[in-house]
Design a binder for this molecule. Structure first.
Ligand SMILES: N[C@@H](CCC(=O)N[C@@H](CS)C(=O)NCC(=O)O)C(=O)O
Length: 344
């Protein structure tokens, strides 16, 4: 199976993972053709079997005239590296690549809690999203259609807040975590333009995807971001299009030479994401449909999800695949962050 030229994908403007991949494709100078729409409708129109689950973005791969629809941005990034090696987003040093992967996973699986929580928790954000997201699918629908779509869609999405663990109990934890994350970003961006140096890694694009919405769409997190981290606001705009950046191998900063601000970001991952990952995996193993634990000193409870347990397993597999000396370097770097518990 190979990507078409241009690379074909189905996406939505307000989907953080769609924005992750579009920014990555622009940086990598890989021509693409995006169809705005929902996966089921577009696949049906083209006579394709939609992926299960059908998530945004969905990429169309071809083999001998047969087209297959696939999703999940993280493995698709690795497939794109196989198709084209120039302007890679994966550091060549395995230890640094592992840290990049940790950032990508945290952005995809935890920062998306910020994104979805702020979008649907407060009335002002939900009202904007309820109006603009249906119009982003089709700006020409009638006012009556919009009113009906808005009602149905908003209720569905608000009813899905539980998927990211957002509820009255966890709202304060999510908000405090977002603010600490922004403080870490503000300090880190004062040191260097990307998470791991002067060229972006997959983790930068994953953060960009979530932040494109938190800064660019939803009013509550937009105001918070402007107040705490103006560098992040500007970074999101720049990372949107890095087609003119000319990266070299020297642009990755060695793990041992990274500024302390990168460790602050790791501390946040250890503080909130690691306990959630461990509790979710434990619950899945025990066959529990729900889990609760303390996160950042406050109670957190939510439904168990197999996908996050798979993410934990992938992280552990990558860690186990490191050579002994690279693993020692990663251990030294992560010492005291709380991430160690996730790798054991
Ligand atoms: N792990 C997936 C996550 C993609 C995802 O969760 N996409 C969301 C929208 S941003 C989705 O399609 N949700 C289903 C829906 O809204 O119907 C990836 O990295 O691509």
């Amino acid at each position: 199976m190979a990507f078409a030229d241009p690379v074909q994908l189905i996406g939505a403007t307000a989907s953080p993972y769609t924005q992750k991949m579009l920014a990555l494709l622009r940086y990598r100078r890989i021509p693409y053709a995006v169809t705005w729409g929902d996966v089921a409708t577009v696949c049906e129109a083209r006579g394709l079997e939609p992926p299960r689950p059908a998530l945004l973005p969905t990429f169309l791969l071809e083999d001998d005239g047969v087209t297959a629809a696939v999703c999940d941005s993280t493995p698709i990034i690795r497939r794109l590296e196989e198709a084209q090696s120039q302007r890679s987003v994966l550091p060549g040093d395995p230890a640094l690549a592992f840290v990049d992967y940790l950032i990508e996973d945290y952005a995809d699986e935890w920062c998306t809690k910020y994104m979805f929580h702020y979008r649907w928790h407060f009335a002002a954000d939900a009202d904007k999203a309820g109006t603009v997201l249906p119009l982003a699918m089709n700006p020409s629908i009638s006012s009556e259609e919009l009113a009906a779509f808005k009602e149905h869609f908003s209720q569905r999405q608000i009813g899905r807040l539980f998927v990211v663990g957002s509820n009255e109990t966890t709202a304060a934890v999510i908000d405090a975590s977002y603010r600490r994350f922004l403080t870490a970003m503000e300090h880190h961006l004062a040191q260097q333009p990307f998470m791991l140096g002067t060229r972006p890694g997959a983790g930068d694009f994953a953060l960009h995807g979530q932040l494109s919405q938190l800064v660019g769409f939803d009013p509550t997190p937009r105001a918070i971001t402007h107040a705490i981290s103006p560098r992040t606001v500007a970074w999101v705009d720049r990372t949107y299009d890095l087609s003119g950046l000319e990266p070299s191998g020297e642009d990755w900063i060695k793990l041992e030479a990274q500024p302390a601000s990168l460790s602050d970001l790791m501390q946040e991952i250890g503080r909130v994401y690691v306990p959630a990952q461990l509790a979710n995996a434990r619950a899945l193993g025990a066959g529990d449909k729900e889990w609760s634990c303390d996160i950042d000193g406050a109670p957190w409870s939510q439904r168990t999800f197999p996908y996050q347990a798979k993410c934990l397993q992938w992280t552990r597999e990558r860690y186990a695949a490191l050579s002994q000396s690279d693993r020692a370097r990663v251990d030294a770097f992560l010492d005291g962050t709380g991430i160690e518990a996730m790798l054991a």
